[in-house]
Design a protein around this ligand. Structure first.
Ligand code: UD1
Length: 383
């Protein structure tokens, strides 16, 4: 499915109730529980549409394996590129798919380019859009994800939120309350489902680090890794962190390319245990055993909260403030002194999972029921 020659935009696509869209790594752990819940409920037909935004084995297919997702019904083969190129390629292919499959609703998740591209095409084609993980806001339009979130929410007729602040943001923006459903967090569904399997999964750690305390790092945001100065600062922070405890860093392809381009890879490798980007189960295994996590990811802020693992967010803001309110996450930016002080607090603090209503492993079931009520109400009510 990831070879770029895969089936293009569904020339034989049968008509379905739900087109469930995924495209990039953080989408897969969100669509997996949704696909399962819709299939288990059994009332609605669905097609899993992969845009091809992420295409390498370790960025895509390995997640289908770990999350027990079936092969996508349709692969749009969009691939990498600038924002405009990538978004446009997805839009053109998805428009062709919609014309043939005519789904009754398009479900998009998260905030990646695939989310916006497919939401925009569906809305303009007159197909209702349901956005899972609606309402999150960093209030920072320099992040492409923020633009994707705001635009997708504006286009959506059903908005599934993960927590109170998401719901509040939408109400403040004037979105009709009856189109908002606070259902909880589908990514936490996957986390709870696979936690035990991940703990038993063969560790990606080198022998020398097994049983040791370590900081787990993930960094791939363009403002942290695309420029030489920012990336040099990141490397310094990780070097300083490595003087306090071991550092383990599975490297995203974007970040690896920048480290190579700016000649920083060898310096970082001297201080830090660098790994290739990991599969879902392998990464979750690394997270479960970590003493602290340093990240610029959104989803990992939520996963560490649910697990009670201290998280330092190397950004100036977060669209997930509930993780900060609950005390598991601290937004530390890229200031070395701030990171160092927060690291000490994290190493000396108590670990306690943050409890958020609806982060209970059953969010996808609630969405599946809601979709059934919308698409076949009488049948569902009569049971
Ligand atoms: C995208 C999402 C981001 C998400 C991240 C998770 C947008 C705007 N950004 O960022 O929100 O947190 O995914 O990974 O949608 N590449 C590969 N192989 C792949 C995919 C990408 O080598 O399978 C490389 C390519 O050089 C590509 C670069 O990574 O140019 C960036 O990929 P892209 O999908 O543009 O953005 P991400 O940084 O992955």
């Amino acid at each position: 499915m990831d070879n770029g020659n895969a089936e293009k935009s569904g020339s034989h696509a049968p008509s379905v109730d739900v087109a469930l869209v995924c495209g990039a790594r953080p989408n897969f752990m969100k669509v997996a529980p949704l696909h399962r819940a819709i299939a288990t409920a059994g009332r609605l037909s669905q097609a899993l549409v992969h845009t091809g935004q992420h295409h390498d084995f370790e960025m895509s297919r390995v997640f289908f394996r770990d999350l027990e997702l079936p092969e996508p019904d349709v692969h749009l083969g969009a691939g990498s590129g600038t924002h405009a190129q990538q978004t446009a390629r997805i839009m053109v292919a998805f428009e062709e798919y919609l014309a043939i499959a005519s789904p009754r609703i398009v479900v998009v998740v998260g905030d990646v380019n695939s989310t916006l591209a497919c939401g925009l095409v569906a809305a303009k084609s007159g197909v209702p859009v349901a956005h899972v993980e609606a309402g999150l806001r960093s209030f920072d339009r320099s992040m492409p994800e923020e633009i994707n979130r705001v635009a997708t929410d504006t286009l959506s007729s059903v908005l599934y939120t993960t927590c109170d602040d998401g719901t509040r943001n939408l109400i403040r923006e004037g979105i009709a309350a009856d189109s908002i459903r606070q259902v909880g967090n589908v990514m936490i569904d996957s986390l709870f489902r696979y936690r035990a399997a991940a703990a038993a999964y063969p560790s990606a750690l080198p022998e020398s680090l097994r049983g040791e305390r370590y900081a787990l790092v993930t960094l791939h945001r363009p403002y942290n890794v695309d420029g030489p100065d920012a990336l040099d600062n990141v490397v310094r922070i990780l070097e300083e962190t490595s003087r306090r405890l071991s550092v383990v860093f599975p490297v995203h392809p974007r970040t690896r390319k920048s480290l190579e381009r700016f000649g920083l890879l060898n310096r970082l490798a001297a201080a830090v245990c660098l790994l290739p980007s990991q599969s879902y189960l392998s990464f979750l295994g690394l997270m479960l055993a970590a003493t602290v996590v340093l990240t610029d990811s959104g989803g990992i802020q939520e996963e560490t909260t649910a697990l009670g693992i201290p998280c330092l967010t190397m950004r100036e803001n977060t669209e997930r403030p509930v993780t900060v309110e609950l005390g598991t996450n601290e937004v530390v930016g890229l200031d070395r002194a701030r990171v160092g002080a927060a690291l000490e607090r994290a190493l000396n603090g108590r670990r306690r999972p943050g409890v958020v209503p609806g982060w209970d492993g059953r969010a996808a079931e609630r969405i599946a029921v809601d979709l059934m009520l919308r698409l076949s109400p009488s049948e569902v009510r009569n049971g």
